[in-house]
Design a protein around this ligand. Structure first.
Ligand code: SF4
Length: 414
């Protein structure tokens, strides 16, 4: 179900470029990218991965172009790819020219590795002639040695200066179809570098924490860096760099953008309470079962799994649909209103069935189809549970009296 985007800082205005059919910058939706891990020369293997990435929500996919066979592979894949392909170039301008011949929609050049002015200008000129954009992909780990020396290390200023020098070469041949990245594996360094890049350039920025490592630490680093900048309005396209199946990178990218309200939800958003002493079920187990059952159905709704009917439906009233447990029953609710009460062992099945009907028929129709008496039954269960444990499970009135008595005693003794 569509819901209004969560307000973050206004997006910083950037110029717009087009990577094939995908607009980047200039108010376009923030795009998600990833990179294949197969040999680019392996056309069928690489295409299978590209399709998996596109199915997971990738808007753009990058492949390394490190040898002639890779460029040949790109030529075969470009017409069969579901998303625009970008060639990743490090040391040889010939590979950039070969990738352009292959028909790629974009190039990534690393200024730290491809250093000769004449070669850089030649690539920029050919990209300009073909209308293909280039990412100036600065990386703290491969910063030009002269800049490293001049700035005393890979500082934010050094990373931005590297991009500025490369951009100056491009501008000499009248090429401005550019996006920029200033990645680092250090999250604070990358955040500062991108803030400075955003203040320096009006070109779209490609965000990433490079070499973030395997999940979960890699996900945390990527989210800390990319999420912080996006929330400040900085960034036009993103890539998580995980030591994992690249599909995980795309999932993380999509989920981050959806969580920030920057992209519409494509699939399930499952929320679940953290569980506590009131929980009437194994919340973790039920949440996992619901996720497995619902995720493959790609339902664009928010689903809540709550451990008890005492607080659950109220706390999750913003969810499209949810289930709360109580007295060995599942209380199924839509937008916080109880619509059915089912036996506990049937709660996941009932949730899945109702979620599918909700998507097919809409919220109003499913609210209108609520079981008579469901709300009354849930309220009765709630009351009985409250009587069991009391509205105040911590018995706080007695405790407060004891605290006052204890403090008073101590004060009298001193
Ligand atoms: S919904 Fe119930 S079980 Fe879950 S955290 Fe809240 S009070 Fe505890």
């Amino acid at each position: 179900m569509a819901r209004p985007p969560v307000p973050t800082s206004a997006r910083r205005p950037t110029r717009q470029i087009h990577v094939g059919s995908v607009a980047v910058g200039g108010g376009a939706p923030v795009s998600v990218q990833s990179m294949t891990t197969t040999k680019t020369a392996d056309v069928e293997g690489t295409l299978a991965q590209i399709y998996a990435l596109a199915n997971a929500g990738a808007d753009l996919v990058r492949c390394t172009c490190n040898e002639e066979e890779a460029a040949v592979g790109l030529a075969h894949m470009v017409p069969r790819s579901p998303v625009p392909l970008i060639a990743d170039i490090h040391f040889h301008q010939r590979m950039a020219l070969a990738a352009l011949e292959a028909g790629v929609a974009g190039l990534r050049l690393n200024p730290g590795n491809l250093r000769k002015e004449a070669e850089i200008k030649q690539v920029a000129q050919e990209a300009k002639d073909r209308g293909v954009p280039i990412r100036i992909g600065v990386n703290a780990g491969s910063l030009h040695p002269k800049l490293y020396e001049r700035f005393g290390g890979a500082t934010p200023e050094a990373l931005v200066e590297s991009a500025r020098l490369e951009l100056a070469y491009f501008e000499e041949v009248g090429f401005e179809d550019v996006k920029i990245s200033v990645k680092a594996s250090s999250v604070p360094l990358m955040i500062e570098a991108y803030r400075l890049a955003s203040a320096t350039f009006d070109h779209p920025l490609h965000l990433g924490v490079t070499e973030a490592g395997p999940p979960p630490a890699g996900l945390v680093k990527g989210t800390a860096g990319i999420g912080t900048l996006l929330a400040e309005g900085i960034g036009d396209t993103i890539r998580y760099s995980l030591t994992a199946d690249p599909v995980e990178e795309v999932r993380a990218g999509r989920q981050l953008l959806e969580a920030l309200g920057l992209r519409e939800r494509r699939g399930l958003d499952l929320i679940a309470c953290p569980s506590c002493g009131r929980a009437e079920i194994d919340v973790i187990g039920v949440a996992r079962a619901a996720q497995e059952a619902l995720e493959s159905r790609q339902l664009p709704i928010q689903v809540a799994v709550m451990g008890c009917v005492v607080n659950g439906p109220g706390e999750a009233r913003e969810a499209d649909i949810g289930i709360a447990a109580g007295r060995r029953k599942g209380h199924l609710f839509i937008k916080g209103r109880i619509v059915r009460v089912v036996p506990e062992e049937a709660m996941v099945d009932a949730l899945v069935e109702e979620a599918e009907r909700l998507v097919a028929e809409g919220i109003e129709a499913r609210l209108a189809a609520a079981d008579d008496g469901a709300e009354a039954e849930a309220e009765a269960d709630r009351r009985l549970l409250l009587e069991d444990r009391g509205a105040d499970a911590n018995d706080s009135r007695t405790r407060v009296e004891l605290i006052h008595r204890r403090v008073g005693e101590d004060a009298g003794a001193s």
